[in-house]
Design a protein around this ligand. Structure first.
Ligand code: OAK
Length: 829
C-alpha cells in the first residue's frame, strides 16, 4: 500500500520498518488508507466508529517502527527484565495517551480537520478497557507507562477479560450493574498472536516414578487443557522512541480436545467444553480487596501466570540460555497475591519438566519473585482451601506442602522450641478450614516484600507479617506508590500543563521534581490568577461533560468537593455524607443562617462490589440525600450533591483537574496508600485527610499549612479499640451528630420510609467498625477550616500552587526508580 519502497524494505526485511511521514498530509494519507483498506469504507460513507478505528490504527502505524525497534534492541541486549504479573490493568482510554506519547496530537488534529472530522467525537467513541477494579489495577497501568518512559525492559502480563469492570447505573438510587462489553465495537489497540498460544492444564492427578538411580520423579497429568492466546498492546514511552509490550491472555477451547468429543457425537459436550474454557477470561471479578474464594477466580489466576511463565521461558528467553541464569534474565513482580500461584508453577517447571533438583530449583525461584502487598484488611488476604486447590492443581498443592515443610524446618532452626511461632507462620492455615495463605507463600518465596506507602510498609512489618519480619528483616522494604504525570497531568489537565510549560519548561513531564521551580510563583499574584483561571476552565469543561453525560448541572462558583474511589466502609463515604447532612440539618433547624453556608458541590464517584450489601446501601443513601438536598429550596442552591454513575478512568481525567477539595478520609491504618490523593494534589486541589496511607507523605511534603488534617492517628485508633469503642456514646455526646443521624433516621431523605436506611444507621450506631462517629467532630472542625481558607482566594491559590510544586515525589517514575534500586536491580544502583 505504501508503494514499492515499502514493499521492498518489507520483502528484504533488512532495514528498519519505516513510519508514515510525520506531516499532516502523511497522516491524512495513512488515515484514509486505514479507512479504505482497513475498514473497507470511503470517508464519505464512514461512521464515527469507522473513523475512530482508522484513527487508532493510524496512530498505531506511527508507533510500530518504535515497537519493532524496541523489541529488537531488547533481544540484542540481555539484561534482567521486569515481568509484571498483575490480574488487573486499569488502562483508561488509549487514543489520547498514545497521541501524546508519540507527539502526534497537533498533526492528528489538523489532519482530522482537513478530513472534516470532529476529533473530539472520535475521542468520545473509545470505550476504555476497564480491566481492573481500582487502585491496584490503575497502579499497574501507571507502572508500565513509567517503565516505557524510562526505557526499562518490562513485559506486563495479565488477562484480557472479555468483560471488564461492570458499567454502573442507578435505578431509583440503587446501583445496577451492566456488562461492560468493551470489545463490541472493535479493539484497534490489540494484536492477537494465536501462533504464540500456549497450553495450560487443569485438574487430573500426579504420577510418581523412580529411575535407575532411585530418584523419584513426579509428573502432573492434567485432566483438561485450555489454550492461552496472547494479545499484545503497545506501551509507548513519552516521546522517547520506546514501546514496551503488555501481553494479555485470552482463554480459548482446545480444538483437538473438542474435536474428539465432537466426532464422538457428543455435540453438546463439545460446546460445553468450549464455554468452559472461554469462561476463564470471560469476566473480571468486580471485588476490590475482598477475595471471594471462587474456583473460577483461581482458574483465572493460574491460567494467566502459567501462560506468562511458559511464554517467557519458551518463547522470550533465548534458547541457549541456561535456566540457572533465569534470575539474571527476569524478575517477576507479584502484584498482590493474585499471581502467587506462579511460585509453585515455576518450581513445577524446573523440577518436573526441566529436571532440576529441588534445592537448586528453589534457589532459582526465590530469586525470580518479589511480592507487593496492597492491603491491610485481614479479610483481603487471599487464602485458598486446600481441597479446592488440590482438585484444580494437584501438583501445585504437593509443591506448596513441600515448600512449607522445608520453610517450617527453617523456622524451627531459627527459633528452637517455639512451636507457637511455627503454627503462626505455616503457609497452611488449619482454621477455619485447611487453606493456603497466599501472602505467606509470597513472602517465603519472594526475594523482597514491599508495602505501598511508608505507613503501610511499617504496619505490614509490625502487624500483618511480624513473624516474617523477625525472621528476615532485610526482605522487607517500602516503595511508595506513584502516578504517571503523562496521563494525570499532561493529558488530563492540558491547561495547567501549558501554564507550567510556559513558566518552567517541559522537563517536568519526565522529571516531576522539576515542579519545585513553581514554588516562587505561589507568591506571584499574576500567576495565581492564571492558576485560578485554569481551575475555572476545568470546572467549565467538567460541567459541560456532566450535562451531556448525566444531565447534571454543576455550579461554576461552588467549592468543588470531591470523593471518588471504590465504595468501601473503611474509606468512609458515610463520614462525608454525615458532613453533608449536618450542613443541611443546620440550615433546616435554623442553627445556621443560610448566608453563612459556603456554596459547595459535593461530588461522589464510587462503584460497589455487586455482592457488598452495605456498600450498596450506602450508595442508595447518598443518592437519597442528593435528591432531597439538591431540590430543597431552603438551601437556596448552596449545597449540591452530585453522584454521576460509572466513575472510571475517563471520568477521573475530567473530574480531578476541576476539583478544589480532595477527600481522603479513611480511618488511619486502613488505606494502604491511595493514589487518587496524589492525583488531586498534583492538579491543584487541597486535601482534607487523615494520617493514613500516602496522605502522611503528602502532608510531609506540602506542609501543614497546605493540607487539612484531622482525625486519629493509627495508634490512637488502636487505643480506642482496646478501650472498647462505643459509637453510640459519640452520638449521645455530640448534639450536631445526634441531630444529623436523627434526620436520616426520620426518613426525611427516603420519603418517610425509615426502614430504607436502617441498615446503614444500625451499623453506624451499633458497630461502626471504621469509627465514622468518632471522627465526625474533628472532621467537621476541619471542614470549617476549609471554608475559612476558601474564603481567601489568594491564600487558597497559594496553597494549591505549593501542592503542585511539592508533589513531584509522587511520579510513578520515582516509584519505578525505587523498585529498580531496592528490588529489581539492587547493586546496579
Ligand atoms: C485489590 C485487591 C486485593 C488487595 C488489594 C487491592 C487494592 O486495590 N488495593 C489498593 O491498592 C492501591 C495501589 O497500591 C492502594 O493505593 C490502595 O490503598 C489499596 O486499597
Amino acid at each position: 500500500r505504501r508503494g514499492p519502497s515499502f514493499e521492498a524494505s518489507h520483502e528484504l526485511a533488512t532495514g528498519p520498518v519505516t513510519s508514515p511521514p510525520r506531516t499532516v498530509d502523511g497522516f491524512v494519507r495513512e488515515f484514509l488508507d486505514q479507512l479504505n483498506f482497513g475498514q473497507g469504507v470511503k470517508l464519505s460513507q464512514s461512521t464515527i466508529n469507522d473513523q475512530y478505528l482508522a484513527l487508532a490504527r493510524t496512530v498505531r502505524s506511527y508507533l510500530m517502527a518504535s515497537w519493532l525497534e524496541t523489541g529488537h534492541r531488547r533481544r540484542k541486549n540481555p539484561t534482567r527484565i521486569v515481568g509484571y504479573l498483575s490480574a488487573e490493568y486499569l488502562l483508561g482510554r488509549q487514543l489520547g495517551n498514545n497521541l501524546l506519547a508519540s507527539d502526534l496530537q497537533g498533526i492528528a488534529e489538523q489532519a482530522m480537520e482537513q478530513c472534516g472530522i470532529d476529533m473530539a467525537a472520535l475521542r468520545g467513541q473509545e470505550v476504555e478497557p476497564g480491566l481492573g477494579n481500582g487502585g491496584l489495577g490503575r497502579l499497574a497501568a501507571c507502572f508500565v507507562d513509567s517503565l516505557a518512559t524510562m526505557d526499562q525492559p518490562c513485559i506486563g502480563y495479565g488477562i484480557r477479560y472479555e468483560y471488564g469492570i461492570f458499567r454502573q447505573t442507578f435505578v431509583e438510587g440503587r446501583q445496577v450493574e451492566e456488562p461492560d462489553s468493551w470489545l463490541r465495537l472493535g479493539s484497534p489497540w490489540e494484536f492477537p498472536h494465536p501462533e504464540r498460544a500456549v497450553q495450560v492444564g487443569f485438574g487430573g492427578h500426579t504420577e510418581t516414578s523412580v529411575d535407575e538411580d532411585g530418584t523419584e520423579h513426579t509428573r502432573w497429568v492434567p485432566a483438561w487443557q485450555v489454550r492461552g492466546v496472547p494479545y499484545h498492546y503497545m506501551v509507548p514511552g513519552f516521546r522517547n522512541g520506546v514501546v514496551n509490550t503488555l501481553r494479555l491472555w485470552s482463554a480459548e477451547a482446545n480444538q483437538a480436545f473438542d474435536l474428539q468429543t465432537f466426532n464422538a457425537g457428543d455435540y453438546a459436550q463439545a460446546s460445553r467444553a468450549e464455554i468452559f474454557a472461554e469462561n476463564i477470561s470471560k469476566v473480571l471479578y468486580p471485588d476490590d480487596s475482598t477475595p471471594q474464594g471462587k474456583e473460577l477466580r483461581l482458574q483465572q489466576q493460574y491460567f494467566f501466570v502459567a501462560c506468562s511463565l511458559r511464554d517467557f521461558i519458551e518463547n522470550t528467553l533465548p534458547r541457549d540460555v541456561d535456566l540457572r541464569e533465569l534470575p539474571q534474565r527476569i524478575i517477576f513482580q507479584l502484584n498482590d497475591t493474585h499471581p502467587v500461584i506462579a511460585v509453585p508453577e515455576l518450581m513445577r517447571i524446573l523440577v518436573d519438566e526441566k529436571g532440576f533438583d529441588w534445592d537448586e530449583a528453589w534457589d532459582i525461584t526465590q530469586q525470580c519473585f518479589a511480592y507487593t502487598c496492597h492491603t491491610l484488611l485481614p479479610e483481603a488476604l487471599e487464602v485458598w482451601p486446600v481441597d479446592l486447590l488440590g482438585r484444580l492443581l494437584p501438583r501445585h498443592l504437593e509443591i506448596i506442602y513441600r515448600i512449607n515443610e522445608e520453610f517450617l524446618l527453617e523456622v524451627r532452626d531459627a527459633f528452637p522450641g517455639d512451636e507457637g511461632r511455627v503454627r503462626r507462620m505455616s503457609i497452611i492455615a488449619e482454621q477455619p478450614q485447611r487453606a493456603v495463605r497466599m501472602a505467606y507463600l509470597a513472602t517465603v518465596a519472594g526475594a523482597k516484600v514491599n508495602g505501598v506507602a511508608e505507613l503501610h510498609s511499617q504496619l505490614l512489618r509490625d502487624d500483618v507479617l511480624p513473624d516474617f519480619h523477625a525472621m528476615w528483616p532485610e526482605k522487607f522494604t517500602n516503595v511508595t506508590n506513584g502516578i504517571t504525570p503523562r496521563r494525570f497531568l499532561y493529558l488530563a489537565n492540558r491547561r495547567l500543563s501549558d501554564l507550567i510549560n510556559e513558566t518552567i519548561g517541559t522537563g517536568w513531564v519526565t522529571d516531576l521534581e522539576q515542579l519545585r521551580q513553581l514554588e516562587p510563583y505561589a507568591d506571584d499574584a499574576d500567576f495565581r490568577q492564571r492558576f485560578r483561571d485554569v481551575k475555572h476552565a476545568n470546572k467549565e469543561r467538567l460541567s459541560k461533560l456532566l450535562r451531556v453525560r448525566d444531565g447534571i448541572e454543576l455550579s461554576q462558583d461552588h467549592l468543588l468537593d470531591v470523593m471518588v474511589k471504590r465504595l468501601h466502609e473503611y474509606k468512609r463515604q458515610t463520614l462525608k455524607l454525615l458532613h453533608v447532612v449536618s450542613v443541611y440539618e443546620g440550615v433546616l433547624s435554623g442553627r445556621t443562617p443560610i448566608d453563612q453556608v459556603t456554596p459547595r458541590t459535593v461530588l461522589f464517584g464510587a462503584k460497589a462490589a455487586p455482592g457488598y450489601h452495605m456498600a450498596k446501601e450506602i450508595i442508595f443513601l447518598i443518592n437519597s440525600v442528593a435528591e432531597t438536598v439538591n431540590t430543597d429550596p431552603v438551601m437556596d442552591g448552596r449545597l449540591q450533591v452530585l453522584f454521576p454513575a460509572n466513575y472510571n478512568v475517563t471520568l477521573a481525567e475530567k473530574v480531578i483537574p476541576a476539583a478544589d477539595l480532595s477527600e481522603q478520609i479513611s480511618l488511619a491504618g486502613k488505606e494502604a496508600s491511595g493514589t487518587g490523593n496524589m492525583k488531586f494534589a498534583l492538579n491543584g486541589a487541597l486535601t482534607i485527610g487523615t494520617l493514613d496511607g500516602a496522605n502522611v507523605e503528602i502532608l510531609d511534603l506540602v506542609g501543614e499549612d497546605n493540607f487539612f488534617l484531622f482525625g486519629m492517628t493509627e495508634p490512637e485508633v488502636e487505643e480506642l479499640r482496646q478501650r472498647g469503642y462505643v459509637p453510640s456514646s459519640f452520638y449521645e455526646a455530640d448534639p450536631v451528630l445526634k441531630a444529623t443521624i436523627d434526620l436520616i433516621g426520620s426518613g426525611h431523605f427516603t420519603g418517610g420510609d425509615r426502614g430504607a436506611v436502617s441498615a446503614v444507621l444500625d451499623n453506624l450506631l451499633n458497630h461502626d467498625p471504621f469509627m465514622a462517629l468518632a471522627g465526625f467532630g474533628s472532621y467537621l472542625e476541619a471542614q470549617d477550616r476549609v471554608e475559612r481558607a476558601y474564603a481567601d482566594p489568594e491564600a487558597w491559590s497559594r496553597s494549591t500552587i505549593l501542592n503542585v510544586a511539592r508533589c513531584g515525589f509522587f511520579s510513578s517514575d520515582r516509584s519505578m526508580r525505587d523498585y529498580l534500586d531496592r528490588i529489581w536491580l539492587p547493586g546496579d544502583a
